[in-house]
Structure formats: C-alpha cells, structure tokens
Design a protein around this ligand. Structure first.
Ligand code: NDP
Length: 327
C-alpha cells in the first residue's frame, strides 16, 4: 500500500516528537519539515528529510496527505490553524481549553469549503483524557469525574517562576495529592478544593545576591499560578538544574466513580505516566493523522475533534484484523 505522506509545520519539542513517532509507524513517511525560521537553523532527527520555509507550503499541496501543526497554542495555532486548514488536511494539539469552541469555528470555516479535514486539540489533555471523560460520563451518568495532573513538569508554571526577580532558572512540578486520589478511587465522590487535589513543587536557582526567603514568598503568593496551592520551593545549583530537571515528564489520571444502582458503585480509571510529554503528544498526533487521512478520503470534511473519530480508524490494522485480534 502507498505510504501516508506526513509533513511537519513548526519544529520545536512537538515537531521533533512527530519525527520520532513516524519512525514507529511503518505506513507513514515524512516528506518535509516547514519552519518560519531560516531552514538552515533547524536540525531534523530524520536522515534525508528536507527543511523548507513555511512560505513554500502552498506550492506543496500535492506532496502532502496530512500536515501536522506543531506550533504553540498561544501565538501560533490561532493563526496557522485556520490558514493551513484551508490548504491541507491537518492535525494539531491546540490546548487552550477555554478557547477551543472559537478555534474550532475558525478552523471549520476554513476547512469545510475547501474540502479539507482538520482535527483539532489532539494529544493527551485535551485528547486521550477528553475521550476518557466522555466515555466514563456516558457509561456512568450518575457519577463524578476527576482529572489529576502529574507528576509532571508544567511549562507555564516554570515560565512564571523564571519571571520572578532574583531567579536565574527553575522548573515547577505539579503533583497530585495521593490522599485525594485514594478518596476518589473509594467511590465516595468527595468534593475537593484546588489545594486538596494538587501540590506544586519548585526547583529554583537564585541569581547571585538574591534573598531566598524573598524569592520564595514571591513565588508562593503569586496569584493564579501558586497562591491557591501548597507550594514548596527548593533552592538548587545551576548544575543540579541542568543535571536533574531537563526531562519533560508528565502524566495524570482521569477517574470517574458512579452508581449503577443504590447498592453498587463503579470506578473507571485511565492513567498516563510519561517520560516525555512532547513525544507522547506527538505520538497521538501521528496516530490521528492516519484517521484524518482516512476520513478525508471518505469525504468527512471540516473541523473535527477526537470525539468524532472512531477508534478503528486510528489503527494501522484493518477492521477485519481488529475484530479477530483485539475485540
Ligand atoms: P515549542 O516552543 O518547542 O515549539 C513551538 C514553535 O516554536 C515551533 O513550532 C517552532 O516553530 C518554534 N520554535 C521551536 N524552537 C525554536 C527555537 N529554538 N527558536 C525559535 N523558534 C522556535 O513548543 P512545543 O513543541 O513544546 O509545544 C507546542 C504546543 O503543543 C504547546 O503550545 C502546547 O499548547 C501543545 N501541547 C499540547 C498537549 C496536549 O496534550 N494536547 C501536550 C503538550 C503540548 P518554527 O519552526 O516555525 O519556528
């Protein structure tokens, strides 16, 4: 069979992850990497793959089956998503939850009249966690769903620490509170506050001459980011930061408990433990690219989310093989 021709738009952590994921999927080939930077500044992990300027994309429409958008959700995707969905079948990982409805509308308006299929907000959250929230809520209408994140490195909170004066570098880990998870698993449907669900732990390198207590106070009282949580601040050396805190670990849990009758409670749980957040996210994007290719071929155009994709479309195996092996 012909290989699915995948291209990458934007080469950061996710872009590199897509390269790694394509190597694990024998039905796909990487046809190019597109960047806004001068192409010579981008170093692909894949041998013999060409890096092009993003401007060349519009002349490569017949060379690409699915374009995977690896730009950031804040600045890049709100522009690139609709623009590129008019020209290509796309997959992206737009993760600003509150803005998903307006982003969906903008991408749909671009994709539908041009007969393109554009799957938005794939990844793990949104993405795999979303699917598990929908499934467990549908199966247990009388119940409660809980999402816990971590242990994981939060990019946004790490950026916030680095903006505090006196801080030379740092990272932030989000950690679910074990007692809260146990309460949820016991099917008692607890009401949990923000503080009861997650803790925040910071590893900070001080600038020369900065006062540790002042920096700690500024961090733990920061509104939105830290004030509503129990936050621990550890001071470490630049060497320790470089040695021990570079991995982009993440993960979490989606748990729903509910009752099917007065006597019987049921608990459904999905969990992820990720050594590399971007590599796993990219792996999800590549899998959805396969589904998008199939949906585009069968005329299902417009913006889509993971809720619209049948599980069998994700698999490299045929429907008959899936029935025989996995049902
Ligand atoms: P990066 O910051 O690594 O990359 C974003 C873009 O920045 C790239 O596409 C690239 O565009 C540009 N870029 C990358 N490196 C450089 C550099 N050295 N200098 C200048 N520009 C650079 O972001 P990530 O790949 O880590 O994440 C992308 C998005 O994925 C995040 O914003 C997040 O919203 C989303 N995400 C979603 C998840 C989910 O579960 N749904 C999970 C994890 C992430 P270009 O090549 O054009 O310059």
């Amino acid at each position: 069979a012909e290989l699915i021709r995948i291209a990458i738009a934007g080469h950061g952590n996710l872009g590199r992850g897509v390269e790694a994921a394509i190597k694990k999927n024998p039905d796909m080939q990487l046809t190019g990497i597109y960047t806004r930077r001068p192409p010579a500044q981008v170093s692909p992990l894949t041998e013999n793959v060409q890096v092009f300027s993003m401007d060349e994309l519009k002349t490569h429409q017949d060379k690409i089956d699915v374009l995977i958008l690896c730009g950031g959700s804040k600045q890049d995707l709100p522009e690139q998503g609709p623009e590129l969905a008019a020209l290509f079948n796309t997959v992206d990982s737009f993760d600003t939850h509150a803005r998903i409805p307006e982003y969906f509308a903008a991408v749909d308006a671009a994709a539908l009249p041009n007969k393109r299929t554009a799957l938005i907000s794939a990844g793990w959250d949104p993405g795999m966690f979303s699917i598990n929230r929908v499934m467990s809520e549908a199966l247990l209408p009388d119940g409660e769903t809980y999402t816990f994140w971590g242990d994981g490195l939060s990019q946004g909170h790490s950026d916030a620490i680095r903006r505090v004066s006196g801080v030379a570098g740092g990272v932030q880990y989000t950690r679910p509170v074990p007692e809260a998870i146990e309460k949820v698993r016991s099917a008692s449907r607890p009401v949990l506050t923000t503080r009861e669900k997650h803790k925040r732990e910071c590893f900070v390198v001080l600038q020369e001459g900065a006062d540790a207590d002042t920096v700690r106070e500024k961090i733990v009282t920061m509104p939105d980011y830290f004030a509503d949580y129990d936050t621990t601040v550890n001071f470490i050396s630049a060497e320790e930061l470089a040695r021990d805190h570079q991995a982009m670990v993440h993960g979490g849990f989606v748990i729903r408990s509910g009752n099917t009758s007065d006597q019987n409670a049921q608990v459904v749980e999905y969990s992820l433990k990720l050594d590399s957040n971007p590599e796993f996210t990219a792996s999800v994007l590549v899998t959805y690219a396969r589904a998008v290719h199939r949906m585009a071929q069968s005329g299902q155009h417009g913006a889509k989310t993971v809720f619209d994709v049948a599980p069998g479309l994700l698999s490299v195996k045929s429907a008959a093989q899936l029935r025989a092996e996995l049902l």
